[in-house]
Design a protein around this ligand. Sequence first.
Ligand code: ATP
Length: 341
Amino acid sequence: MIELKQLTKIFDTGKGSLTAVDHVNLSIATGEIFGIIGYSGAGKSTLIRLLNGLEQPTSGTVQINKQNITDSKGLELRKARQKVSMIFQHFNLLWSRTVKENIEFPLEIAGVPKQKRQARVSELVELVGLTGRENAYPSQLSGGQKQRVGIARALANEPEVLLCDEATSALDPETTDAILDLLVDINKRLGLTIVLITHEMHVIRKICHRVAVMEGGKVVELGDVLEVFQSPKEEITKRFVAQVTEKEDSHETIKHLRELYPTGELVKLIFIGDQAEQPILTKLIRNFPVEVNIVQGDIAHTQRGAYGTLILQIKGEPEQIAGAIQFLEVENVQTEVMANA
Ligand SMILES: Nc1ncnc2c1ncn2[C@@H]1O[C@H](COP(=O)(O)OP(=O)(O)OP(=O)(O)O)[C@@H](O)[C@H]1O
């Protein structure tokens, strides 16, 4: 659906040239929710502006549905851009227009007749959960409701791709989750391809299928969200993953746990995907004469299955403990002995 080849954008800053996007190659499938994460200045906004044709690349190409955005001009470019819609961190609504009128705006521009426009607006209002608020002005809405208007407006002309530029960064955690749920719902119902940029790993974890990590204009890591959580390779990716996993690996935490649980072994288990639903602990306790205490646990759900960590205190004869740990490894549970008694 989206193909970026050797995509590069160099800005002339007056003080020399700055490579904001550096030879990026990406292939995003139809119906995928694809996340791009990076710290400020990594090049995410520039990349997204290249995707919707607002910025011209210095070199390389952007193809959407086999159409080359970078070569298109005039009517052709406008048509290609209609397939791509966008929502923003600060919503970018028209303040003097009501909810209904904001959603209707892109339909007016596209020349859709009034009756058709009204029917489409009603559909969209319902889709984003704003029934009853049609005549409110943006100033009368909460942040989450404003973003719902932004989403409805973006969907008005039936785009194939929705770009989300830090779409939940201005929202509180609960509202963020509700908006992310809405995006997943829309992705499933309409088969819409979603590309989002963010600096929050929570957003990636919750809704994305795949993720690209950007640093210094380059994609430094790319993979399935679950895989990236399981084994982040780059230092920067590890830092992003640590945003949402327990701070259980820190030296202080381990020391603290050792004080609380001075005997036996402290073992950290990492469950990925289906494993999180299997009765592995039941089997362990049945097969080995050891005592197992749950010290700490955390399960996160991604679009591709669950990811969880569990810290156990295992007490018993050393060879039985060793056997229990071996059993976990045979069951393909990633296991780390955290501290010795
Ligand atoms: N129009 C421009 N002219 C010159 N430099 C620019 C321009 N736009 C972006 N840059 C520079 O390109 C680099 C990448 O910026 P970009 O905004 O794409 O990063 P980002 O990852 O989106 O960060 P942020 O989240 O802060 O927007 C930065 O060093 C930025 O200063």
